[in-house]
Design a protein around this ligand. Structure first.
Ligand code: SF4
Length: 499
């Protein structure tokens, strides 16, 4: 009997790409593929790419180049590039990289097994980068047994594409226009995942809170005709959240990412106040605290409107934590503009932040603006931003020492060589406010029964980015004996970077 073909997927970029990689994995497994140990024994290597920042794109090009000798030694190996760079460059990639076999865009991931098989049977290199505009399909994560390996947290796609067209962003060009998944399909996937042991679901979309039922979009000439804006108070997305809460009562925790501030309407804020299943944390990208920059970025809100929304949300959900994305060094950004960003970071009280230096991206309006902020100034501003948030994060984490928090245990913490012999194992989880909590497990105990449980934990220590807590005696008393050997790390999915 011939051996099943093996794959490796390496992922660059955002949560959306991580989710796409999982869907590719599901599609390959459904066609008889199995995870390889590593590149050395893979029959297919997929690089799932990101083009949001220039750095991510450079990384991809060097990764593909690194595979050249491997392909030369094993001509049967299939090398594929998926994701946003694949969509952006299309066939050009095949011409530029002779050892590349498959280029597959985000809307064509389900075709990957067939494309790989065609190459293995001697077919020519192929590029598939067609947007499914007429009948959009959404790959479900609840249909395949691979879900069992992904633990207690899962992502569920609600929409694809983006209509916002922020002036710095390539996503509307690589992911296409907004298309929404039907409500029933989303609720069904959440229900299936929960029935399989998932406790926390994160709804995914480029502007997840602009979601609307596809039938609403069908009768509109443009999604923005019906889309709730900063001025409107309604929210189809709030209806989706309420429906999930009602139809899947066994769901332990619900998050969503990434919302656009202008779609954080009064009704959505009300839903946060009403639904206990919604986590008390929101990642709400702001990008800049300067109105002049927000206008140039075409973000369609002002600093004041952003803060107004955040304050309304906090009034409805006391103690809610916020994180954000910020770009420094956007064309024309002065010291004064950046000072406005720093002051907004303090005023909004973010406890985490992803900061990026502006880099011009193909097709975007900002490409036409002079990239006039020197690299050294961008570096300085980024460092100042991180320092400001670090102070706030530290103060927030320190304020939790000696309090009791509810932690959903996700799995074992990364190995730490300096760990005491008495506590060789640590599990980690997150609170509803997204604080990461590590918990020591006594030597000789197997912590796996804790995974998927919500535990009440006393916080004993605050680290720079996480908390340490103590497990209650009752939670560890019945844990079985530790395994003789720790399980092998799974190598099929490598997360190379966060977006
Ligand atoms: S909202 Fe703006 S930054 Fe976000 S994906 Fe759309 S265009 Fe890009």
């Amino acid at each position: 009997m011939s051996q099943a073909p093996r794959y490796v997927i390496e992922t660059f970029g955002c949560q959306m790409n991580v989710h796409d990689s999982q869907r590719m994995e599901d599609a390959l497994r459904a066609h008889g593929w199995v995870a390889a140990e590593g590149e050395h024994d893979a029959d297919l290597i997929v690089l799932n790419t990101c083009s949001v920042r220039e750095k991510a794109e450079h990384k991809l090009r060097s990764e593909v180049g690194r595979l050249r000798p491997l392909k030369r030694g094993r001509p049967d190996l299939v090398v594929a590039v998926a994701g946003c760079v694949a969509q952006q460059e299309g066939e050009k990639l095949l011409r530029a990289i002779p050892h590349l076999d498959v280029v597959v865009g985000p809307d064509n991931l389900a075709e990957l097994p067939l494309l790989a098989e065609t190459i293995r049977n001697g077919g020519p290199p192929v590029a598939r980068t067609v947007f499914d505009l007429d009948r959009p399909t959404f790959l479900s994560g609840g249909t395949h047994e691979a879900v069992h390996e992904k633990g207690v947290c899962a992502f569920v796609t609600t929409m694809k594409g983006c209509d916002e067209r922020c002036s710095f962003c390539v996503v509307p060009y690589t992911r296409g226009p907004e298309r929404y998944r039907p409500l029933d399909e989303i609720v069904d996937e959440v229900r299936t995942l929960v029935a399989r042991g998932v406790r926390e679901v994160t709804l995914l979309g480029q502007t997840v809170n602009s979601w609307m039922p596809p039938e609403v979009l069908d009768v509109s000439t443009s999604s923005h005709d019906q889309s709730p804006s900063m001025r409107a108070s309604s929210s189809h997305f709030a209806t989706l959240l309420r429906t999930i809460a009602r139809e899947v009562p066994a769901l332990g925790r619900l998050r969503y990412t990434s919302p656009h501030p202008r779609h954080l309407t009064a009704e959505l804020i009300d839903a946060h106040g009403e639904l206990p299943v919604l986590a008390r944390h929101l990642h709400l990208p702001v990008q800049s605290g300067s109105d002049r920059m927000l206008k140039r970025m075409i973000r369609r809100y002002t600093r004041e409107a952003y803060l107004e929304r955040v304050n309304a949300l906090r009034a409805r959900v006391p103690g809610l934590t916020l994180s954000t994305d910020v770009i420094v060094g956007f064309p024309g950004e002065t010291d004064d503009d950046f000072a406005h960003t720093l002051s907004l970071v303090r005023e909004a009280g973010f406890v985490a932040l992803f900061g990026f230096k502006f880099s011009p991206r193909p097709f975007t309006p900002a490409l036409k603006l002079a990239d006039d902020v020197p690299e050294a100034v961008k570096d300085e501003r980024l460092a100042a931003l991180f320092a400001a948030v670090a102070v706030q994060q530290q103060a927030h984490l320190a304020s939790l020492v000696d309090s009791t928090v509810t932690v959903l245990i996700e799995g074992e913490s990364r190995p730490n060589l300096t760990r005491q012999a008495k506590f060789p194992t640590r599990v980690m989880g997150r609170t509803e406010r997204n604080e990461i909590v590590h918990l020591d497990v006594q030597a000789g105990r197997d912590p796996s029964p804790l995974v998927g449980r919500f535990l009440e934990v006393r916080v004993s220590q605050a680290n720079a980015h996480s908390l340490v807590g103590a497990l209650a005696e009752a939670d560890v008393r019945d844990l079985p004996e530790a395994r003789a050997e720790p399980p092998k790390a799974r190598r099929s999915l490598t997360i190379v970077s966060e977006g």
